[in-house]
Design a protein around this ligand. Structure first.
Ligand code: FEO
Length: 173
C-alpha cells in the first residue's frame, strides 16, 4: 500500500500534468488562430505528451493498489501576446513542474518509499529534457524578435519538430 503523503503528492502531480496538457492545448489553439500552424502542431503534440505524463502516474498508483483522484482545475489562459509570450509562459510553467517533481521526490524519500522514488527518476530526467527543449526554442524566438520572416522560419522549424516526434504510450516511456 502506498504511503498517504506520497499518494497525495502523486495525485497533486496528476492534476498538474493534466493542467499542463490543457495549457498546451489552449496555446496550440491560440497558435492555430494566429497564423502559427507549426507552433500549433508542435503544441498539440506536446499536449498529448503531457497526457502521457499524467497517465503514467495514474497507472503507477493503480499498480500499487491505490486509486488516482482527479481534481478540479482552473481553465488555462487562452490569450497570448505573441509566440514569444507563449514560450516564455511554457518555460515558466516547466520550471514550476520541475520544482513540483523535486518536492514529490523529496516526500517519497522522507517516507522511505524507495520504489516510488525510483519510479520518479523518470520524471526528473524528463524535466531536464523538457527545460532544455523549451529554452532552445525560446532562445531562437528571442533572437528573431519581431522579424516576420524570422518568425515564419521558427514556425516551420516547430512544424518539423512536431513531425519528427511520435507520442509514446505511458507503458513505453
Ligand atoms: Fe510533464 Fe512538460 O512536463
Amino acid at each position: 500500500m502506498m504511503n498517504k503523503n506520497v499518494e497525495k503528492a502523486i495525485n497533486e502531480q496528476i492534476n498538474k500534468e493534466e493542467f499542463s496538457s490543457r495549457l498546451y492545448l489552449a496555446m496550440a489553439i491560440w497558435c492555430d488562430a494566429n497564423g502559427f500552424p507549426g507552433g500549433a502542431e508542435f503544441l498539440y503534440k506536446h499536449a498529448d505528451e503531457e497526457r502521457v505524463h499524467m497517465l503514467k502516474l495514474v497507472h503507477f498508483v493503480a499498480d500499487r493498489g491505490g486509486q488516482a483522484k482527479l481534481m478540479p482545475m482552473d481553465p488555462p489562459e487562452q490569450n497570448y501576446k505573441d509566440l514569444l509570450d507563449v514560450f516564455q509562459q511554457i518555460m515558466k510553467h516547466e520550471e514550476f513542474i520541475t520544482e513540483s517533481i523535486n518536492k514529490m521526490y523529496g516526500v517519497a524519500l522522507k517516507e522511505n518509499e524507495f520504489t516510488t522514488a525510483n519510479f520518479l527518476q523518470w520524471y526528473i530526467t524528463e524535466q531536464v529534457e523538457e527545460e532544455k527543449l523549451f529554452s532552445t526554442i525560446l532562445d531562437k524566438i528571442s533572437l528573431v524578435g519581431t522579424d516576420k520572416a524570422g518568425m515564419f522560419h521558427i514556425d516551420k522549424e516547430l512544424e518539423g519538430m512536431a513531425a519528427s516526434k511520435t507520442v509514446p504510450s505511458p507503458e513505453d516511456v
